[in-house]
Write a protein that binds this ligand. Structure first.
Ligand code: CUA
Length: 176
């Protein structure tokens, strides 16, 4: 996936570079009569406008139909959840419990006692599995069902001061 994104980026960068080179090479030439050139540019602009309208209009409407993005859509599993209250402090996490069961939804209620933090849950390979903001005066609900047992780590993902890197906690996911 990353390789494909990189290849597409390379192609687009080549296009941009080509555009710059084209303009640079042509910039020496003087055009005496600008009218035809202007006409061509306007025509191109009109065409570009319609391309944008026809391509992005439906795309925008399509994504609007998905609203509101349900919290349960992002993480499968419904029904009664195991609730974990999580509060961010400079610089630690306070969790109401650090043991949950695998295969059953967990509801994290995330807030902050001081500044903005970001609550990121990582698996044993340090791959991000779920994330939400920890904001003062507000509680974000994050539902996640852990598919695999093990020890997960909670890391702060937003720079929140000197010891930001110390904001780690562990959550143990077991079978039941
Ligand atoms: Cu809390 Cu970074």
């Amino acid at each position: 996936m990353q390789a494909i994104a990189w290849q597409i980026s390379l192609v687009l960068m080549a296009f941009v570079a080509f555009g710059f080179a084209f303009v640079a090479i042509r910039s020496g030439r003087r055009e005496d009569d600008y009218a035809p050139l202007q006409k061509r540019a306007y025509r191109l602009r009109t065409r570009l406008f319609w391309v944008v309208v026809l391509a992005f209009g439906p795309a925008m409407i399509y994504t609007l139909f998905e609203l509101p993005y349900g919290a349960s859509r992002a993480s499968p599993g419904s029904g009664p959840a195991q609730v974990v209250e999580a509060t961010g402090h400079q610089w630690r996490w306070e969790l109401s419990r650090d043991r949950v069961a695998a295969g059953q939804p967990v509801e994290f209620r995330v807030t902050s006692a001081d500044v903005n933090h970001s609550f990121g849950i990582y698996d044993a390979d340090l791959r991000l599995v779920a994330q939400t903001q920890a904001m003062p005066g507000y509680t974000n609900t994050l539902r996640h069902t852990f598919g695999e047992e093990g020890t997960y780590r909670i890391l702060c993902m937003e720079y929140c001061g000197l010891a930001h890197h110390n904001m780690l906690a562990e959550i143990h996911v077991g079978g039941e």
